[in-house]
Every structure is written in C-alpha cells, then in structure tokens.
Design a binder for this molecule. Structure first.
Ligand SMILES: [Zn+2]
Length: 299
C-alpha cells in the first residue's frame, strides 16, 4: 500500500516513499540523517516528517490538533536548532538534549530537528553522540546535511540515512512558477541551478535585480523623476535595495565622464548606507532623485 505521508516538498519521491514506509511500519528509528545536495528540500522534508511523527494519524494531515499546533509552532514536543548560526556549539546541543530527555507533553515522544548538522562543532557532535548511543525513550532525532563527510562517522553510522536528490529542471521551473515567477525566467534559472531550488531562487532574483537596475539607470539618465520614484517604491527590503544600488553603480561606472564616475561613487555609498540601517525609502529617493536631477542638468 502506498503511503499517505504529506509533504509539500517537490520531487524526492524515493525519500518520501521511504519516510511513508517508516511511518506506517512498526519500527520507528531514533535518528534519521537527511543527506543530499544543497537546496533540494532536505530541511523542509525533515520538518514534514517531524510533523507526521506528531500527527494523530501519522501522516502530517495538516488538519488534526497536533498538526495545527505543529504548524503554528506550538507543538510542545518538537525542538529545533533552526538558526542562521555558522556553528552549533556544545551549549546549543546540551540544551536540546536536556529537553529531549524530559517527559513528552503530548504523549508519543520528543522530536528534535537539527538542520545543516555539519555546523555542529566536534565537541557538539560528541555530546550528540552520547544521546545517539542511549536515546531517551520515544525520542526521534532528525539531522540534515549536504556534507555527511563533515559529521563523525560514529554519528552517521547510528542514523538511518534518507537520501535526497538533485531536482529536475522541470521540478524547479514548476516550483518557481508556483512562487509567482514568470515561466520564461523560471526556466532560465532552473537551467543554471544544477538541481538546487535554492540556487534557482537566487539566480532568478539576480536576473530580476539586473533588469530592475537597467530600467532604473535608464530613467535616471533620462531625467524622469516620477518613474525613478516609482522604481524606488517597488523595492521591498534592505537586501534588494543594496543589490539594486550596487548593480546600478556598476552600470554608472561603465559610462565615461566625470558625472558618471561621481554617480557610481554616490550609489556605492548609498548601498552601504542602506545595508547599515539607513532609512530605506528616504535614502533611495534622496540619492536616486538627486542623480536624476543632476543627470538632466548635465545633459
Ligand atoms: Zn495531522
């Protein structure tokens, strides 16, 4: 019988089937290592598996009280080290282990997720190893990594391995289209992304920045102030603003003449200001508006 394991992750049919069999089987392991290339959905799949472990019907249905609590971040027996930290230290792991060994609140057992487990320092890995050797009853530990070789062999050998694969171009294109990107850009990004959805998102964003910067620079050079302000208004966040300004600076520096050189320097300075917490819209409008006015005077 096929599995009812619910996951929104694209592709990974082999891994999903395996996880489905684990959920319907009668021998749940205590540690699983999701491994495979970067940006293919390992952490998301591991999270969905954690949700299925919490789910009343063992599927991750999304509708039962446990799934709902899980989705709203209120499932008391789920612990995770989902941080942006470059390294996970022994203190982080100790905290996690302590919580893992407490009695489960919801009944079945504690579930812990450590994404990008290769960030664990050697000391942290050793601390974790002790838990893997004598896991608390009912506890399930989920690790993800795109470099299993950076984990202690003693850790990987105690985990059941869940292999995730690079995504096909079609899968990546479909995912980007679902996220609202147009079909042509999605296909172009998918082609260069080497099977990684995360990489494809970055490439698509780079393309959008290039197009936005080219348009912005054209409006600045043509002295069209309302259009420049409109373009400023479309910038969503600090990081996109920084990239847009840097790319526009590059376009300015490709032109000859004193004005362009000064403009490029001004734009680079603005990119730094934006990155350093200056008021976003005000900085964009002041710098780009100023350049638009001086550009028409210069022409
Ligand atoms: Zn459920």
């Amino acid at each position: 019988m096929d599995t009812a394991f619910q996951s929104s992750v694209r592709g990974q049919s082999t891994a999903r089937r395996l996880l489905g069999r684990i959920l319907t089987g009668d021998r749940l392991g205590h540690a699983y290592l999701f491994h495979g290339p970067a940006g293919v959905g390992k952490a998301a799949l591991a999270r969905d598996f954690a949700r299925a472990l919490a789910c009343v019907g063992w599927t991750g249905c999304g509708d039962c009280p446990s799934c709902r609590r899980f989705d709203s971040g209120n499932y008391a027996d789920f612990l995770t080290l989902e941080t942006d930290e470059a390294h996970l230290k022994i203190e982080d792991v100790r905290g996690l282990i302590q919580s893992l060994s407490r009695k489960p609140v919801e009944g079945r057992g504690k579930i812990a997720l450590i994404p990008r487990a290769d960030r664990l320092t050697p000391q942290a890995q050793n601390a974790l190893l002790k838990t893997l050797e004598a896991p608390p009853t009912g506890a399930v530990l989920l690790l993800t990594t795109d470099s299993p070789e950076s984990l202690l062999q003693t850790i990987t050998s105690r985990c059941q391995l869940i292999a995730c694969r690079a995504l096909s171009r079609e899968q990546i294109t479909a995912a980007l289209v679902d996220e609202g990107l147009d079909a042509e850009r999605s296909a172009t990004a998918a082609e260069r992304a080497e099977g990684s959805l995360t990489r494809a998102r970055e490439l698509a964003e780079d393309d959008q920045t290039l197009a936005a910067a080219a348009n912005l620079w054209e409006q600045v050079r043509a002295g069209r102030l309302p259009r420049v302000y409109a373009a400023c208004g479309e910038v969503r966040d600090r990081e996109s603003a920084r990239r847009l300004l840097e790319e526009t600076a590059r376009l300015a520096s490709n032109e000859d003449g004193d004005w362009s050189v000064a403009a490029a320097a001004e734009l680079v300075r603005a990119a730094r200001l934006v990155a350093a917490n200056a008021h976003l819209q005000l900085t964009l409008e002041t710098v780009l508006g100023g350049l638009t006015l001086s550009s028409s005077r210069e022409a």
